[in-house]
Design a protein. Structure first.
Length: 58
């Protein structure tokens, strides 16, 4: 991670593929927690996923 402070809330989006799962897994390894359920949509070509993650106390 960079020297920038962590955002308390992030919404990660992208094609629903292994790379998307790797991005979410890396954030979980850094200490972020999942927030809510993932959402998916179809853009006419690919399934696009979205997952919110949060940093900090409950």
């Amino acid at each position: 991670m960079t020297d920038q402070p962590r955002l308390r809330y992030r919404l990660i989006t992208g094609p629903d593929d292994a790379r998307f799962c790797e991005r979410i897994s890396a954030l979980l390894d850094e200490g972020y927690r999942l927030h809510g359920s993932p959402a998916v949509t179809f853009d006419g070509t690919a399934v696009i996923a979205a997952q919110a993650v949060v940093w900090g106390a409950d």
